[in-house]
Design a protein around this ligand. Sequence first.
Ligand code: TYD
Length: 142
Amino acid sequence: MHHLNLVKMIDFPQLGDERGDLIVVEGGQNIPFEIKRAFYICGTKQGVVRGQHANKKTEFVMINVAGSSKVRVMDGSGNEAIFCLNKPNTGLYLPNMVWKEMYDFSDDSVLLVLASEHYDAEEYVRDYNAYKDIVAVNGNSI
Ligand code: TYD
């Protein structure tokens, strides 16, 4: 299967009632991995592009719990897809070894990122040519 085909939007159930909304994300349930880490990106300035890396091991789910942003994913073989995150009840699943760039953050954007692994700088590929070389040799499934 083509690796970018594994990238997908996930809808989370709304458990809200007349008091307001409540959305649950649960590792191994509606998140397709056990969650080891969460971080959030907020206060991003206009025109900033974040990410610009691939992870050898970590899978992610990204959720704009407030505001909006866009995510461009690339597979290193010339294929790309763009996703707009603008609802707190949808997330974007990213397998390992896809190149990702986050951009067009709204001023009120809070991008919550759930990760399958603890932070390890060694498993980040931050150079796109290096990423393409790894994909050329190993495919996207290392
Ligand atoms: P970076 O990977 O550049 O952020 P983004 O993917 O959003 O563009 O991370 C910024 C800094 O924060 C960098 O020095 C690494 C550090 N960092 C951690 O220490 N732990 C983490 O879980 C993350 C995501 C980043």
